[in-house]
Design a protein. Structure first.
Ligand SMILES: [Zn+2]
Length: 258
């Protein structure tokens, strides 16, 4: 057991505590969230910059299920907006492999799903991207990367998500942290947001710097620390359903108003 495991520190968030106040000269990075490009999410791309900046998130990875277009399109939206100098979007994809999910970051082209984990990682590398393991230690996440696959490929993983706001139990985040520490891998946080409200619930807080390349990101993660607010999965699911129903009703009403 590593000494930091289960030790309450500022890095070990407790459920339902408010996130800490924004610290001057630092910024927050969230490397896992979904948009309207995912089959199970309705967040419009245009809504991200304002909501993220409100939560102090200056670097947001968009990691849609088996899709890359959300992140690429948001990069274009931001480039032509007043947020171009203050908000960075990393285009990513949460790719379903034959043995569970792997995230690719800094991608230019969509990775085809349902390949082996090894082929998926190779495809991410070919584009110069980074490989991130999301919610890799939660047995209740049916799409987590299978333990046998993790054993085969962990040396090719760059970043372990050690705080996912939507794991079934916070202890699985601790298991991820222990694994990352044992293998000296960079550590990240992800909201895994499927609604706008979830944005800001998990992040790496790090000294403010430009993130243009994979190397910039790894350096920022290494200089930062992880913070987050865990959401009980039942509560997260109920909210998502309510939010989606509300959005659909809103769309219907505006489509049918004169
Ligand atoms: Zn996800």
């Amino acid at each position: 057991m590593t000494p930091t495991s289960n030790t309450p520190t500022s890095n070990t968030p407790t459920s339902n505590t408010p996130t800490s106040d924004k610290v001057p000269n630092t910024m927050r990075i969230d490397l896992h969230c979904h948009s309207v490009a995912s089959h199970d999410c309705l967040i419009p791309l245009e809504d991200f910059p304002e909501r993220c900046l409100e939560a102090g998130i200056k670097v947001q990875a968009i990691t849609d299920h088996d899709q890359l277009w959300g992140g690429l399109e948001l990069q274009n939206i931001v480039a032509q907006s007043p947020y171009a100098d203050t908000f960075t979007v990393i285009a990513g994809e949460e790719v379903m492999t034959q043995e569970g999910e792997i995230i690719g970051l800094f991608l230019q082209e969509r990775i085809t799903p349902k390949q082996t984990p090894e082929a998926t990682i190779a495809a991410i590398r070919e584009q110069g991207g980074l490989v991130l393991l999301p919610h890799g230690f939660d047995p209740k996440k049916r799409h987590r990367l299978k333990p046998a696959a993790l054993q085969r490929v962990y040396q090719d993983i760059d970043i372990i998500e050690i705080f996912n706001a939507r794991v079934s139990n916070p202890k699985y985040n601790e298991a991820a942290r222990t694994f990352a520490q044992e293998h000296h891998l960079a550590m990240s946080a992800g909201t895994d947001a499927h609604t706008l409200k979830d944005i800001g619930a998990a992040y790496v807080e790090t000294p403010t710097r430009a993130i243009n390349t994979p190397e910039d990101l790894i350096a920022a993660l290494q200089a930062g620390h992880v913070e987050g607010q865990w959401t009980h999965p039942v509560e997260a699911f109920a909210y998502k359903m309510w939010d989606q129903a509300r959005t659909l009703v809103g769309n219907f009403t505006s489509a049918n108003s004169p």
